[in-house]
Design a protein around this ligand. Structure first.
Ligand SMILES: [Zn+2]
Ligand SMILES: [Zn+2]
Ligand SMILES: [Zn+2]
Length: 802
């Protein structure tokens, strides 16, 4: 006989781990117990040696789908002769458990029940089990237990309670367990929150001839008479509205979605106009992988990503000629596609007439997603035609996550539902820290020890609603992980709202502040992900970030350690006439860059190229010459904007980096490399002496771009040559850095690493040169990952100082 005490670490709470271990112990005929503890679970098992060993092997091999075992500590203890196996309450182990799992998509077992007329949960929109369902978004505070969730108000019926109490049941301690008898409900109301659905439906049908796509009316008789049975079910009513081209705000897991039929051009346009969102791509939800294949050319890796329990939006190549409305993702060859992850969504797609739905975060432009029923009525009433509401409160706002396959590996573009609040690892110990992130696409991070917890995507911190969301989410995560920050980390930019907020908040608490330069934070994040202590050659290729010299950086070759960096080289500085305005109007960037390259921006030829009239060009030129509101930038993102503007003739954009994304998009079918005609920027080596940086000059590159343009070379080819040239320019800079420093490791970071062509060309080219290359994997290379890098840099600075 042998008794072993096991400490299992990882994601093992709230994911059905205890009942799994219970079953395993029974099958192996072992005695002992299991209970949650502070960091995971504690198990003791007693029985014949070979049984104990079999148990330990199966523990890892057969763990439930949502569990993630990071480590299993094992030690022998004295046998007690105990009989039987027990699940003990958390308190028995003397400590409170702290884990809240991430939200997980409906599992195959629940989906089968949902569609089985014989099951007691047939078509119940809130069914779930320990292997699936909402978690993070319905939890107020720790421990993750029903009274601390928004399910507290629903008392389980006898049948549900019996499942909840039975260790052998799939719903053992499934906190959101519910059924038709005892759980939340859905209902449909009009845009004003009151209109009777029957009246609304009648008016929809009366107007449908104009507003809807006639092809969708497979069977109009189904909803011709609102009194008929087809209209008594709120889900069926919602389907009727969607098929008639109406906009329905649908309450989901982390917030409301605005939904329309994605194959109905007029309906999509109406949504865009009402939401005041014109260019930015909208996500499309389809029934299953088969349906996703019909609209996108998916690789097997992309299919696997679609199916993960986080169910992210996956950016994939759109199929030529598919029937998704053009205005869903105008101007780019990709679609953001994803699969249903909540029973309510599965029910919409159970109707075969529903093929593809736009499902986009319910908000106005960049405001936080709406979650509360009253809030939704107030904020969305003018956008939608109806609301599909429910009475399970959403306690934490959480957008959908976005991913893409970049250079052969999954990359996070937006880390939110399904990933929050899962922790990330840090390669060094950190005191309790708060890192507030950047300005756009804000995500903050809390750190303690070797753990970093990033918040959900919070959007742009440009207004008070954004800041409110930030505070709300910070309070929640501080409570959840019991982290009281002792130091606050912020971006070097004095004008960011996040910086101002960090200063005020730390002052109130008497906490020290650490500022981390934006592009150093990007590189430090990539280093920390791969546990690199450095020094490395960091390519920080980005939109804009505040530099140590007060200029705007973003095309940087850094020699970086976690705690410090030197700037080895950067893209040549060019003016950004109008500052922020140059981000929204890329023609200004093009004018600034061409002026810097020595072209006469008032010449007829240039005016035609820029799509500008003479007086506009003159005003900008004067601004530049007199250095009025024309900050100097070395940003690669802005260089992309400028080239896109002349190559594609786009004057203004609707969202940040739109023209750069389009420029990448037009080149998808072009070859990667060229024997000649590549626009390689020239590396101008620095003179001897300290603080002398090499400059990557772009003047001759512009000559080549314009020559091609005037020769009639298509924009797609110009784009491909530009990508190849930029990659080569930075690879040359890295090679020079290696000569100077003997460093052979390159870390790639910054928002431009979302660009698949650039990421691939850089990695391939650097590897050909013999470099060891690292890219982001668990955090976003863009500003969504910034706070993780801020934590890594600050923790290293603190460790050095102490
Ligand atoms: Zn389930
Ligand atoms: Zn029930
Ligand atoms: Zn950045």
């Amino acid at each position: 006989m042998r008794r072993a005490a096991l400490q299992v670490r990882g994601v093992v709470q709230g994911v059905g781990f205890r009942p799994f271990v219970y079953r395993l112990a029974l099958e192996e005929g072992l005695a002992g117990f299991i209970g949650n503890d502070t960091d995971g679970v504690t198990i003791e098992i007693e029985g014949p040696v070979e049984r104990v060993e079999a148990f330990q092997a199966r523990l890892r091999a057969e763990a439930p789908p949502l569990a993630r075992i990071d480590s299993v500590g094992s030690r022998e203890v004295a046998a007690t002769g105990e009989k039987g196996f027990r699940i003990v309450a958390s308190e028995v182990l003397g400590r409170v458990s702290t884990g809240i799992p991430a939200d997980a998509a409906t599992c195959p077992d629940c989906l089968r029940e949902l569609l089985d007329p014989a099951n007691r949960r047939y078509r119940y929109p809130f069914l779930n089990c320990t292997n699936c369902g909402p978690r993070f978004t319905i939890t107020r505070r720790i421990p993750y237990d029903r009274p601390q969730t928004s399910m507290a108000q629903f008392k389980m019926c006898l049948a549900c309670q019996a499942e909840y109490d039975d260790p052998l049941n799939r719903r053992f301690h499934a906190q959101p367990n519910a059924c038709w008898e005892c759980g939340p409900r859905v209902w449909l109301v009009g845009a004003d929150g009151n209109t009777l659905p029957g009246v609304l439906l009648t008016s929809v049908i009366a107007n449908s001839a104009n507003s809807a796509n006639p092809a969708n009316f497979a069977n109009p008789a189904n909803f011709a008479n609102p009194a008929n049975s087809a209209t008594s079910d709120p889900i069926d009513q919602t389907i009727s509205l969607l098929l008639a081209g109406q906009i329905v705000a649908i309450k989901g897991i982390g917030g409301f979605h605005l939904s329309v039929d994605a194959t109905n051009e007029a309906a999509v346009m109406r949504l865009r106009e009402r939401k005041r969102r014109y260019g930015k791509p909208l996500a499309v939800m389809v029934r299953d992988v088969q349906a996703a294949r019909e609209i996108c050319a998916l690789t097997s890796e992309e299919e696997a990503l679609l199916m993960t329990t986080a169910r992210p939006i996956v950016l994939a190549r759109r199929r030529e000629g598919c029937d998704i409305a053009e205005s869903v993702a105008p101007g780019i060859p990709w679609l953001g596609v994803y699969l249903p992850y909540a029973p309510l969504q599965h029910l919409l797609f159970a109707d075969t007439r529903v093929r593809a739905l736009v499902m986009t975060s319910a908000n106005l432009s960049e405001e936080p997603i709406a979650i509360d029923n009253d809030e939704a009525r107030a904020r969305l009433g003018a956008i939608c035609d109806a609301f599909l509401m429910h009475d399970r409160e959403i306690l934490q706002r959480c957008d959908d996550s976005v991913m893409a396959l970049v250079d052969g590996a999954p990359q996070l573009i937006r880390r939110a539902r399904g990933f929050v609040p899962l922790g990330l690892e840090l390669p060094l110990d950190s005191p309790p820290l708060l890192a507030v992130g950047g300005h756009l696409k804000n995500v903050f991070a809390l750190a303690q020890g070797r753990h970093v917890y990033q918040s959900q995507h919070l959007g742009d911190l440009e207004n008070l609603t954004g800041l409110e969301f930030f505070r709300e989410s910070l309070d929640h995560l501080m409570r959840t992980f019991e982290i009281e920050p002792r130091t606050v980390v912020h971006d070097l930019h004095p004008g960011y709202l996040s910086t101002t907020w960090a200063k005020e908040w730390s002052q109130e608490r008497g906490l020290p502040l650490i500022a981390v330069q934006h592009h150093h934070a990007h590189v430090a994040g990539c280093m920390a992900e791969h546990a690199l202590s450095g020094p490395v050659i960091g390519l920080s290729l980005d939109g804009t970030g505040y530099g140590s010299d007060g200029k705007i950086w973003g095309g940087e070759v850094l020699i970086a350690k976690l705690d410090s960096f030197e700037r080895f080289a950067h893209l040549e500085y060019v003016p950004m006439p109008g500052g922020e305005a140059a981000i929204k109007e890329p023609w200004r960037m093009a004018l600034g860059a061409l002026h810097a390259a020595g072209f006469d921006v008032e010449s007829e030829q240039m005016l035609a190229l820029l799509g500008a009239d003479r007086s506009e060009a003159r005003v900008l030129k004067r601004m530049i010459e007199r250095q009025i509101n024309s900050p100097m930038t070395s940003s690669l993102g802005r260089l992309f904007d400028a080239v896109a503007s002349v190559a594609r003739g786009r004057r203004a954009v609707d969202y940040e980096a739109q023209s750069a994304i389009e420029l990448e998009g037009i080149a998808v079918d072009e070859p990667d490399r060229f024997e000649q005609g590549v626009y390689v920027p020239e590396l101008h080596e620095a003179d001897e002496g300290p603080a002398c940086e090499s400059v990557i000059r772009t003047g001759k590159m512009w000559n080549a771009v314009l020559e091609d343009l005037w020769r009639g070379v298509p924009a797609s080819r110009i784009s491909a040559r530009f990508h190849a040239g930029i990659a080569e320019g930075f690879i040359n800079a890295a090679a020079n850095a290696r000569i100077e420093t003997s460093i052979n490791v390159v870390a790639l970071s910054g928002g431009c690493m979302h660009n698949r062509r650039l990421a691939r060309l850089l990695r391939e080219g650097l590897e050909e040169e013999g470099f060891e290359v690292f890219q982001h994997r668990s955090v976003s290379p863009g500003d969504g990952g910034l706070s993780y890098g801020q934590v890594a840099a600050a923790a290293a600075m603190l460790a050095k100082g102490s």
